[in-house]
Design a protein around this ligand. Sequence first.
Ligand code: AHG
Ligand code: MN
Ligand code: MN
Length: 338
Amino acid sequence: MDSKLALPVGTTLDRFIMRKEKDFPYATGELSQLLRDIALASKIVNREINRAGLLDIAGAYGNQNVQGEEQQKLDVIANIRFIRAFRNGGEVCTIISEEDEDIIQTGNPHGKYIVAMDPLDGSSNIDVNVSIGTIFSIYRRKTSQGCDGDLTDCLQRGVEQVAAGYVIYGSSTMLVYTTGNGVNGFTYEPSLGEYFLSHPDIKTPKTGKTYSINEGSYNSFPQGIKDYVEYCKSNEYSARYIGSLVADFHRNLLKGGVYIYPSTLKAPNGKLRLMYECNSLAFIIEQAGGKATDGVNRIMELEPTSLHQRCPLVIGSPEMVDKVTEMLKKSEAALVQA
Ligand code: AHG
Ligand code: MN
Ligand code: MN
């Protein structure tokens, strides 16, 4: 069968990955295996998340589980699960994780890939039964195989990503990813333990009427962002802000909209992290026909200088991102003239 034919809704993730691999004549199968490792780890994390409320009840007698270990927070559990999957898988040499200050060596010096991840995004929503997620980026290492990865491997620009994706643990659990050939979304069927293709070749609407920003910080936004918020209000746009980047992004990706985390007085570089939040979602939105900037520059071209560096983020439907950029530019120009 021609591997380039579109695969039908309902195709399992494993079959999808296998078919896509055939489009690359020199593929060794390692990236495919790495994507499968991520899918497997996400199923385990999904299980832990679904049990979260029950764990509280089970832990009410003292915060210890049956092995006598202290109960851990879900973002720590997710971090452990994903790292374990990469250690066991063998394709990844080095990991950047939001939960660890330094790079993590997997003990697989022959691994070709670097992973940057936010194992659990939306931490303030973990305890209140609201959608949360996992975000990841995959890079090819720069150093040669056979030794540990180093900072030159880890601090690559977003344009160097070979794959990126996220898992949203929501009313259903979905895995959405790209390898640079469009974006596909898979929905998890828990009774079968499988992801199935449910959203083939996702394209984001060119524009929308939803804006997502934490308006509580309005007073400390740059003038251009204040102007944009006023513009949204005067056009009766809908404000939607869950506080889980993955969930806000996912809704806007499918329905059209813009997500903004600007610089604020408290956080001059914004809050979100370049390596495992902004770049990953920027790759996905661009593959879906959208845009991602820091207000001025394309996110994927930013030069990373540290593992956990932050940057402002304006991401979503292309015409909406353009409008934000235009308003920021205008207010900057007015400031220079004044
Ligand atoms: P994380 O839970 O991984 O630290 O990320 C939280 C992020 C993001 O998910 C969300 O959009 C944003 O923080 C919310 O921040 P504010 O509460 O400042 O709006
Ligand atoms: Mn996050
Ligand atoms: Mn996180």
